[in-house]
Structure formats: structure tokens, C-alpha cells
Design a protein around this ligand. Structure first.
Ligand code: ZN
Length: 379
């Protein structure tokens, strides 16, 4: 029998940490970027390529998989790892974020959320218990609690209401998770509270009272609030978060945010930006984001990112990649997605190495990185 995730901090530099998260399907070296495989696939990147890019863990989305093809079908076909042919660790989101970001009909009460399915338009209900059952059926290594997500600019009354409900739901999630006795899967809670420091710390304190936990997530950030509010919120939490737990900042994955969050003690990230950007011709580079469709790259024989070791950058020219996008060729979006995922994984690995060197290595690395990124960065 495998054991549920455990975490060990192996080096620290200020608030920044390097660590190892151990799961039933292998280790994750942190800080780590987790590629998002919403529908049991990281768009246009296969599992073998993900390994080659250095991914230790991928995300699945229980909301999407529940509706299509259905968690029970995935269980029949051997569980999510077998189904998507990824034998490494998988973290599944609970569906809270999707349910609250859907357009159209939605009704929230203490029982759960009633909403309109994005697949067939039918009315559906998701409860904390159901969100846990779906994730247990999928068989992910880390399941997330079902939370009430609010928009970035929400007022205090809304944030308070969502915070209280998320905590009630957390107790129910935990109870259902224990009843199901999914010994190989662990459940992580999600801190809510908008950008109000008092609510965030209250959320954290009340979550810890419901513990013990093997990890903890910060939700409800990068949802439209100003950047400085996001960083302030992480700072407030960092001072109180138990150092022994891995910390996952949900949905944050642009390069500058990753660097700033690692400085503030965050260990895990996810974001659809690398593959979504890749499909739109947008590529991460150490100097900022570029759009390969730009006419300036038509005659450019250089690599997309000369400092990158991925297949895209070591094989093809910017001029060729631009041609693929202009001609609407599928290979173009795949090659940019591969590069963008590799870029964020390398960024995490570089930060990890700098933290492990100790002294001022991480601060110096972050300063150099920022100077270069902002110098000519366009996004
Ligand atoms: Zn590359």
C-alpha cells in the first residue's frame, strides 16, 4: 500500500523554499510548475513529452471530467492515471472554480451549487460530498476541497459569506473523504477571504483547526484583483502558514508572478497560460512574451528562445514557427505549447537551484531575472 503525500523542505532562502513532495505516484521537486490537463490531456502535449519537458505532476479537472466522459467511465477504464497514460502524480481541482466562473444560471446555498452544464445546458448540482466522490472515483493523488470562489473585487460581506460557506463545506468534504477511505489520496483545503487580510488569516486559522492536513492551497487570487493586493495577501498568509505544509497558489502561472510568489514561500503553481498562449502564438522568453505572428520574425533564422533546451528552440527557427502560425498549421501551436511549458518548468528548476545554493543566491537570481525580463518585456 502506498502512502499519502508527505513534504520535506530541503533548503530555504528568506521565505523561499526548496522541497520534495512525495506522492503515491512519485516525487515532485518544488518549487514546481504543474501543467494543466483540464480534460485529461495537457493540450497538444503527450505524457511522454511532458516527462521530457521535466514535468513531475499534472493537474486534472474533476468538473470537466465528471461531465465528459464521466468519472465512472474513467474508473472503469482503470482510473485517471491509466486513462490518460500518465503514471506520475496527479492533482485534481474540485470544480469550485469552474462552477463559479460559468456564465449563466447559478444558485448557491449552504447545500451546494446548482448551475447550468456547459456541455448540454442542463441544470446540475454539485455538493461538497459529490466533489469528493468524483475525485475519489478518478483516483488522483491530491484532491482539492470544494470551495465558494468569489470575484476579485468582491466586497467584505460577499467575502465573509463565501469564507464561512467554504469552511462548512470543508468539514463536509473531509468527512466524506474519510468515509470513502481513499487511503492513497489526500485532501487539501483552500484558503479563501478575498483580498482582506483579516478574512484570509481567519480562513487559515479555522482551516488548521479542522486538520491535520498534508498540504494547503491559496485560492481566489489572480481573479482580477490588482497585483499588489495579490502579493500582499500572500505575504500576510506566509507569516502564518505552517512551514511543514506544501503551499499551492491556485491558477497563478505567468513568469513574473511565479518568481514573486516563490519569494513569498509558495511551492506549487498551475496555469493554463503556457498552452493557451502557445495556441495563440504567444511565447515566453527571458526578455518577456513575444508573439510569433509578428512580421519582424518573418526572416528571423534564430531560435525562439536561444537559452532554451526544448525541441522547439533547438530545432526550428522563428521564421519557420511564424510561417506555421500564419499558415494555420497545427504543428505551430504544438511547438509553442511545448516551449512554454518547458519555459515555466525550467524557471521553477532555476529558482529551486538558486534557493539550494543558499546565501543571497536566490535574491540575486530573482533580481537578475527581473531586470532582464522587464528590460524589453512586452507583456
Ligand atoms: Zn524552448
Amino acid at each position: 500500500m502506498s502512502s499519502p503525500p508527505t513534504f520535506r523542505v530541503t533548503a530555504a532562502d528568506g521565505a523561499a523554499r526548496a522541497g520534495v513532495l512525495m506522492t503515491p505516484h512519485g516525487e515532485v521537486l518544488t518549487p514546481a510548475f504543474m501543467p494543466v490537463g483540464t480534460k485529461a490531456t495537457v493540450k497538444s502535449v503527450d505524457p511522454q513529452e511532458l516527462r521530457g519537458l521535466g514535468a513531475d505532476i499534472v493537474l486534472g479537472n474533476s468538473y470537466h471530467l465528471h461531465f465528459r466522459p464521466g468519472a465512472e467511465l474513467i474508473a472503469e477504464l482503470g482510473g485517471l492515471h491509466r486513462f490518460m497514460a500518465w503514471d506520475g502524480p496527479i492533482l485534481t481541482d474540485s470544480g469550485g472554480f469552474q462552477v463559479f466562473s460559468l456564465e449563466g444560471f447559478r444558485k448557491v446555498d449552504d447545500g451546494g451549487v446548482e448551475f447550468q452544464s456547459h456541455v448540454d445546458g442542463g441544470r446540475r448540482k454539485l455538493t461538497p460530498e459529490r466533489a469528493i466522490e468524483i475525485q475519489a472515483t478518478l483516483g488522483s493523488d491530491i484532491a482539492m476541497a470544494f470551495d465558494h470562489v468569489i470575484p476579485g473585487g468582491a466586497d467584505e460581506a460577499t467575502a465573509r459569506d463565501a469564507l464561512d460557506r467554504t469552511l462548512q463545506w470543508l468539514a463536509r468534504c473531509k468527512q466524506r473523504h474519510e468515509q470513502l477511505q481513499t487511503s492513497e489520496q489526500t485532501l487539501w483545503p483552500i484558503i479563501q477571504g478575498g483580498t482582506l487580510p483579516a478574512l484570509r488569516t481567519e480562513s487559515l486559522d479555522r482551516i488548521m483547526e479542522l486538520g491535520p492536513w498534508t498540504g494547503i492551497a491559496i485560492g481566489g487570487l489572480s481573479v482580477g484583483e490588482p497585483k499588489d493586493k495579490m502579493y500582499q495577501t500572500i505575504d500576510v498568509l506566509e507569516a502564518r502558514l505552517p512551514p511543514t505544509l506544501p503551499r499551492y497558489l491556485m491558477g497563478v502561472g505567468f513568469p513574473a508572478d511565479l518568481v514573486a510568489a516563490v519569494e513569498r514561500g509558495i511551492d506549487l503553481f498551475d496555469c493554463v497560460a503556457p498552452t493557451r498562449g502557445g495556441r495563440n502564438g504567444s511565447a515566453f522568453t527571458p526578455e518577456g512574451t513575444l508573439n510569433i505572428r509578428n512580421a519582424a520574425y518573418r526572416t528571423d533564422d534564430g531560435a525562439l528562445d536561444p537559452s532554451c533546451d526544448c525541441e522547439t528552440c533547438t530545432t526550428y527557427s522563428r521564421g519557420y514557427l511564424r510561417h506555421l502560425f500564419v499558415a494555420g498549421e497545427l504543428l505551430g501551436l504544438r511547438l509553442l505549447s511545448l516551449h512554454n511549458v518547458r519555459y515555466l518548468i525550467r524557471l521553477a528548476a532555476e529558482r529551486r537551484a538558486a534557493i539550494q545554493r543558499g546565501g543571497d543566491a536566490f535574491a540575486t537570481w530573482a533580481e537578475d531575472w527581473r531586470r532582464r525580463y522587464q528590460h524589453t518585456g512586452v507583456a
